[in-house]
Design a protein around this ligand. Structure first.
Ligand code: 5GP
Ligand code: ZN
Length: 125
């Protein structure tokens, strides 16, 4: 990695809200953590369960993810499934990536929404 690239990534990660949450520099209600992932309660929940599952690696969003991230993305889905099982919401829940501002992505560190604990309409808005 060139010095310029290093400076870019360093700035992105030090400016990133979710990197700060992982580092404990911004408080959050932690739900789960392991070496690759971190899960916490959404600050503005849209359902009785609204948990965000994020990779510890700073990935901007789904469209910026690379082939090398495939296993990590699948892993985050399985973390969501474990949380859903532990919360007893397996009768119906949803895992969602908002991809890009047009779909409502507002934080540019990839995050999987886990929503459940109420009826979920389809199609989503
Ligand atoms: P997006 O809109 O990017 O798909 O989702 C970002 C989510 O992050 C939103 O649901 C929003 O409520 C949540 N969020 C934004 N800032 C914070 C924060 O400081 N703490 C927590 N726990 N959630 C946040
Ligand atoms: Zn980040």
């Amino acid at each position: 990695m060139s010095n310029k690239e290093f400076c870019y990534y360093f700035q992105v990660m030090t400016d990133c809200l979710f990197c700060k949450i992982i580092a404990g520099k911004v408080p959050s209600k932690k739900v789960y953590e392991d070496d690759r992932s971190f899960a916490f309660e959404d600050i503005k929940p849209q359902a009785p369960t609204h948990v965000l599952i994020i990779p510890k690696k700073h990935i901007v969003g789904l469209k910026e993810a690379e082939d090398a991230d495939a296993e990590l993305l699948g892993y985050c889905q399985l973390v969501a499934a474990k949380i859903a099982r532990a919360r007893g919401i397996e009768s119906g829940y949803r895992t969602v990536y908002n991809v890009g501002p047009g779909a409502g992505q507002s934080v540019f560190h990839l995050h999987l929404h886990l929503l459940g604990g109420r009826g979920l309409g389809w199609p989503p808005g």
